[in-house]
Design a protein around this ligand. Sequence first.
Ligand SMILES: [Zn+2]
Length: 260
Amino acid sequence: MSIYQGNAEGFLRYVGPLTRNIVCNLSRSLKKGTSCQGILAAGTRCKKRTRLEAAHIKGQERPVIIATILEQFNVKDDEYKVDLREFETAFRKAHQNLDEVIKVMCKSCHTRYDNEHQITQGYPIVLEDEYGEEELVKLEKQEVKEVEKNINSNQRYKTQVLIKVQSKHPQIHNKNMSYSRISDANGLWNFDVNKKKFEDDFYFVFYDQQTLKTKVAKIPACTLNLVNNSTKVDAVRFYVKWEDGKLMERTIGDLSEFII
Ligand SMILES: [Zn+2]
């Protein structure tokens, strides 16, 4: 089950693009063999064929549909707890009779339609068909697999590294250590550790996936000076890198003396 919890703005930020994607994919079928369904001033069909958009019909605008579904997940004030699968199902259902919800229009007909019906202009859903729907579904599935593969390989490494570390240092267990590989994003080891953990001996496990080497640093109980890190938040973030043969943390400095 995937749950979103937060305000409406945050929900739209993450789920808004998904809803546009769904409308776009559904509307491709409408677009096939048709041209702009806009009606020109003379009363004739526009029939333009390039850069067509999916236009929601008055009363069935995307924000209206989203709001109708979202309000069912309201927990208090501006807070929502949304089962994302349920939301998606309801959103798709609202587009079941697609030709009653969507018209395919060129940009100028869409703008004119929205103006005539006092619809606030929304984020455009452009129906380009350089990729077929099947191809897009395939690419989407591939992307999911790719992410899973990466997660699995990271976890596999982590498990292997920790087994090795614990065979050498049996006093290390899940609760008194933090593991990091070098981040692809910033090239550093990043650790998030609750301050309380430093009341006992604590271990940082550094894994370098390029050289396949592991280092362990032991921070004896109550020795770490967290003055520079004295935020109100319980978790402290550590950024560590190799520099001139030393293990340097951004605010604490050299951790090399702690390596065991
Ligand atoms: Zn048109």
